[in-house]
Design a protein around this ligand. Structure first.
Ligand code: FES
Ligand code: FES
Length: 192
């Protein structure tokens, strides 16, 4: 069934990873589909479509939300950060962006296996560390309980979040949240 048939069209404009994205979409279009299809950002995955798995987690005005539970129209005029946006600060890998400390920790601690849950898991972790910069292991496990990893790689995921917390604490200049101003400015210049 084509989900894009049967509703009325609305114009939706939002800031995604610092860039304005506008599209006419069905009023029932979910934010996750807007991000994947209108914005062309496919790191945000659909795992269940029923608010169960967290694979679709993004930051909406800095708060983690499951984008399969939010209408695109509800995000009209708001600010969204996806996994692609976390890697837009600075020079280096990932298409010109430096990985966010949480992304680096996931890679270093092997906090991923197939990677399907990873973008949502990373964004949920960023949000968790914004709210609680020095969580205990139990608090990390509780904070990520809305994000499922089908590979059951939770041990390394929790270790990665704790490692990221330690790294962020050691680098007070490195924010635990995406820098909205930096994101708005786009990728930084690469030094010659
Ligand atoms: S796809 Fe949104 S929670 Fe699973
Ligand atoms: S790494 Fe495969 S689902 Fe989590």
């Amino acid at each position: 069934m084509d989900r894009d048939q049967g509703g009325s069209l609305v114009n939706v404009t939002m800031t995604v990873n610092g860039a304005e994205v506008a599209a006419d979409v069905e009023d029932r279009t979910l934010l996750v589909h807007f991000l994947r299809e209108a914005a062309g950002l496919t790191a945000t995955n659909v795992g269940c479509d029923t608010t169960s798995c967290g694979a679709c987690t993004v930051l909406l005005d800095g708060e983690s939300v499951k984008s399969c539970t939010v209408l695109a129209a509800q995000a009209d005029g708001h600010d969204v950060v996806t996994a692609e946006g976390l890697a837009m600060r600075g020079a280096g890998e990932a298409g010109g962006g430096e990985l966010h400390p949480v992304q680096r920790a996931f890679r270093r601690e092997h906090g991923l296996q197939c990677g399907f849950c990873t973008p949502g898991m990373v964004l949920a972790s960023v949000s968790l560390l914004q709210e609680n910069p020095q969580p205990t292991e139990a608090q990390v496990r509780m904070g990520l309980e809305g994000n499922l990893c089908r590979c059951t790689g939770y041990h390394n995921i929790v270790r990665a979040v704790l490692a990221a917390a330690a790294e962020l604490a050691a680098e007070p200049g490195e924010p635990g949240e995406p820098d909205a101003a930096a994101l708005a400015a786009g990728p930084a210049e690469v030094a010659p």
